[in-house]
Design a protein around this ligand. Structure first.
Ligand code: T4K
Length: 371
């Protein structure tokens, strides 16, 4: 029987490269709490992202939650419901209220038109998501934020490894959060980071993730424990060396999907953005049941019968989560609602054979009698 195909599979560095770092960890007996590999990884990431420094975290979610806290945000934060649970949960954990704006039907990111109409005197920030690695409308979001004196924190969990007009995602907004989870293009098993041009914010983050400890005898605020450990940093350092090969392989897989599915009536493939070097993070396809002849759930089921496990990233909308029943109004974001019901993210990882991509596309196209 064939191995199941999952939506993603982590890239791994050659084992001996990782073992060389593990030897160093054994020799030093320094396992966590700002060890030498933590420092090395932090410097390597700053160089890669073109920033002065970054603050590393045990995962992306803790990075985002700590960032909102460190900015002393209060009141309402304008955001998208078309995202992973983390984005909305981080806002609530920071003691703020998420206010959901609708998304653009082409980029699936926050629609600037919808942002401005939701600003009130309680709004303190905008939290857009570069979903699937598709960049938000940075210029218009920046202009709105400036006009209304709002902070902008990008959830850049999906964008590591990309550039926009030569700049890394870290160059935009007041801060950006990256996730280095195992399922991401680049990972440190679990992990995350905040990048910002504000050294005071980064310094505060270093304390918040370590219980608010300033030094052995001084705790200056209530913090948490969200430090990245040395084993995570070791995996990150190894993977960073191989990142360009990983991205090249993922982008070749994306091209293969585009060649096979492009131009099919009723299917919408992810947009190609001018000036953006893509990282091949996800391959979301929208299925319009009227024009394609089959809906998203039918296709997902047909693939699953062949042991191919695509995922509905991101359905339901975070505003529709059971834990928020009755609290938000998902019908007020109709574009996000429609897209969440049509989207299927197809399997994509660096070593996914192109013959398997052809099989996946064959199942999809023949389901609708298009092959
Ligand atoms: N913001 C956004 C926009 C995000 O998408 C995320 C995370 C965050 C913030 C928060 O960042 P982190 O705190 O996670 O750093 C997965 C990931 O766990 C999550 O990181 C990611 N977004 C989300 C979109 O996807 P699940 O619940 O779908 O994961 P799971 O366990 O179902 O794995 C997905 C597939 O990957 C499975 O089919 C199996 C495969 N897999 C998974 C793991 C963990 C492997 O082959 N090996 C593995 O080790 O959330």
């Amino acid at each position: 029987m064939k191995e199941p195909i999952l939506v993603t599979r982590p890239s791994l560095p050659p084992k001996e490269e990782l073992l060389a770092y593990i030897d160093r960890i054994y020799d030093s007996r320094w396992l966590t709490n700002f060890g030498p590999l933590h420092r090395e990884f932090s410097e390597a990431l700053s160089a890669y992202l073109g920033t002065e420094s970054v603050s590393l975290f045990v995962n992306g979610h803790q990075a985002l939650a700590a960032c909102l806290k460190a900015m002393n945000l209060s009141g309402e934060i304008l955001t998208t419901p078309f995202t992973f649970a983390s984005t909305t949960h981080a806002i609530l954990e920071a003691g703020c209220t998420p206010v959901f704006c609708d998304i653009d039907p082409v980029t699936y990111t926050l629609d600037p038109e919808r942002i401005e109409e939701q600003i009130t005197e309680r709004t303190s920030a905008i939290l857009p998501v570069h979903v699937y690695g598709i960049f938000c409308d940075i210029e218009r979001i920046g202009a709105i934020a400036e006009k209304h004196h709002l902070r902008v924190v990008y959830d850049a969990a999906h964008t590591f490894g990309e550039t926009r007009n030569g700049l890394s995602p870290a160059a935009f907004g007041d801060a950006s959060m990256f996730s280095f989870h195992a399922t991401k293009v680049f990972h440190s098993i679990e992990g995350g980071a905040v990048a910002s041009g504000d050294p005071a914010l980064l310094e505060r983050l270093e304390r918040i993730k370590d219980f608010g400890i300033e030094n052995a005898e001084s705790v200056t605020e209530i913090g948490t424990n969200a430090k990245m450990n040395e084993f995570q940093a070791a995996m990150g350092l190894c993977n960073l060396r191989h990142l360009s090969d990983t991205i090249a392989a993922r982008c070749a897989a994306v091209r293969c999907y585009r060649d096979l599915l492009g131009g099919t009536e009723g299917l919408t493939l992810p947009p190609v953005q001018e000036g953006v070097s893509c990282n091949g993070a996800y391959f979301p396809v929208l299925f319009d049941p009227e024009r394609f002849g089959k809906d998203r759930d039918e296709i997902m089921e047909l693939l699953a019968r062949e042991q191919i496990h695509a995922r509905k990233y991101f359905y339901p909308l975070t505003s529709e989560f059971a834990c928020f029943a009755g609290r938000f109004h998902p019908e007020e974001t109709p574009v996000a609602r429609r897209i969440s019901r049509q989207v299927l993210t197809l399997p994509l990882y660096a070593d996914l054979p192109h013959s398997e991509i052809a099989r996946i596309c064959g199942i999809i196209l023949s389901a609708a009698g298009k092959k």
